[in-house]
Design a binder for this molecule. Sequence first.
Ligand code: URA
Length: 284
Amino acid sequence: MSDIKKLIGDTKQWVEQEKVWDDALYATGAASNEQRAMSEQQKTIQSVNSLPIAHSSLRSSDKDIALKSLYEKYKNCVRCPLGPTRIKFVFGVGNANSEVLFIGEGPGYEEDRRGEPFVGKSGQLLDKMMAAIGLSRRTNAYIANIVKCHPMVNPQTPEARGNDRPPAPEEVATCSPILLQQIAIMKPRVIMTLGSPSTKMILHTRDAITGLRGKIVAFDVDYFYSLISEIEELKIDGETREALRNTKVVPTYHPAALLRNPNLKPESWTDLKLLRDLLGKSGA
Ligand code: URA
């Protein structure tokens, strides 16, 4: 095929993908509009998403086993004030062998009740965003948060809606060993941080997400290593450290920010394409 034909083909495919994304994935109106906009591709995505969760359906791998034992170790954790008020410990979901790890900030109302990250409105949008680049929590991606228990504005009223808040720095610091160990076990090739708190934690920066998104940032394994080795009994081996040297971080907006401000969606799509290219480049 001539270069020019290939270019036209690629461009067509690109435009179509963007249309699917814009029509179906970014539809924030009534559910019926979303249904109308649903293309064949979306139906496929839905059927993929209804498969059993990867780590319960696939043959157990070493990574699954290691994650399971990490979960067992921390599932009753009460080391910070979020522990005693949670309903469920929200560890993470997805395929432990995935090349990509999405990191949010913390469970909300729905997640606290279901024990799974991103199952509320922003989770539905996240699923669509992931699906647009061929990813799913059921098959080839993993999702976790920087804190595993629900941060509430008023923990006395756990039944109240709109009671979510970002995790406090001390809560993040106390909980981060769990996420750091998840990263060490999974050794993802790419981490996509969702929103400010997770981006700040993973990149140990105070910079705003607006200035960080749209870039590919190297994961600072030495900082990570120093953090994890300060924690009693936690060690990462040389092989893990070497693997994590190649891990890249792609920060983007949190889906909740996109729901609040749809004007951010084109930038988030740019970030997702960056992630897709990064995964595609070496045959992911
Ligand atoms: N927002 C997050 O950051 N994480 C969740 O799990 C749900 C909402």
